[in-house]
Ligand binder design. Sequence first.
Ligand SMILES: NC(=O)c1ccc[n+]([C@@H]2O[C@H](COP(=O)([O-])OP(=O)(O)OC[C@H]3O[C@@H](n4cnc5c(N)ncnc54)[C@H](OP(=O)(O)O)[C@@H]3O)[C@@H](O)[C@H]2O)c1
Length: 329
Amino acid sequence: MSYLPSGNRYTSMIYNYCGKSGLKLPAISLGLWHNFGDVDNFDISRQILLKAFDAGITHFDLANNYGPPPGSAEKNFGIILKNDLKNYRDELIISTKAGYQMWDGPYGEWGSRKYLIASLDQSLKRMGIDYVDIFYSHRPDPDTPLEETMGALDHAVRQGKALYAGISNYNPEQTKKAARILRALGTPCLIHQPKYSMFVRQAEDKLFDVLDDEGIGSIAFSPLAQGLLTDKYLDGIPEGSRAAKPHGFLRKEEVTTDKIERIRKLNDIALKRNQSLAQMAIAWILRDRRVTSVLVGVSSVDQLNDNLKSLDNIKFETKELKSIDAVLE
Ligand SMILES: NC(=O)c1ccc[n+]([C@@H]2O[C@H](COP(=O)([O-])OP(=O)(O)OC[C@H]3O[C@@H](n4cnc5c(N)ncnc54)[C@H](OP(=O)(O)O)[C@@H]3O)[C@@H](O)[C@H]2O)c1
């Protein structure tokens, strides 16, 4: 059936400026790491994507290796874009990344200019687009000069194949250096994509301060700790969940008794706020003004709807924050 977007799609989403740039991103963005590969149900992937657009989610985050198999998320996204969203390209922020293993041989991963430029060309082809909005170095490469990796991002922007440059998984020192190099090249670093959730708070130790000083925005990935920060694992590992799937990155061993105990307590705090735990986990990330967007992944439209409701209450009383900290200690 042909798709017509909701006329109300820009009425309920919050949009935040990404660092000191002129680009606004939705407070909730959608990631396609899981649930959009060839192993997944295409109709459900399509429904999720279109529901997201209807709800004002303008930003879709991909990477060369998302699938499985690697590349299939970009390919499937390209099909949906072509069939349903082609008239709305100027309303979309599409990002992709290169850094992890993508093809055989010495040029198929990490941070060389050779790899990054070739990978971006492949991504554009798979998605059927002329440019991405954000091109990321997916991870720092200890063996390639940072000048080369940042030079490749700058080159992609100058070629018109990307509008902005971003970095992911860089530590505070690497971030400062990358920002300096990019600024000197005339392509300021737009955004950093760190892992950040109630369970993974490392970014609070220096990284967010560096981003603030440098005027770089941030988008938090795995905000629900891959589904742990929801009520889904309270009574064991449900069939079809990420921890149960053979290709899911959440391993069964990560669903520990200690974590479940904390999740139960967090769930009680969320219920007192009239939120689901997923909603509170997303709202908790947005409490920090240095976070531009929360990058969620969902396996159903119901999950997306649940997560979108987090925006109804993103304020926390000091007492609530203290009780969350006490559970996480
Ligand atoms: N830069 C990087 O290195 C990097 C690394 C990882 C991810 N990312 C990006 O971040 C995005 C999000 O990561 P993520 O998928 O790990 O995020 P996440 O939001 O922490 O986890 C998503 C999973 O949580 C479960 N879930 C989501 N909403 C739910 C709800 N309301 N109720 C119950 N369960 C819910 C679903 O699991 P089930 O499948 O079990 O239903 C879903 O697949 C990725 O798609 C990718 O774009 C980037």
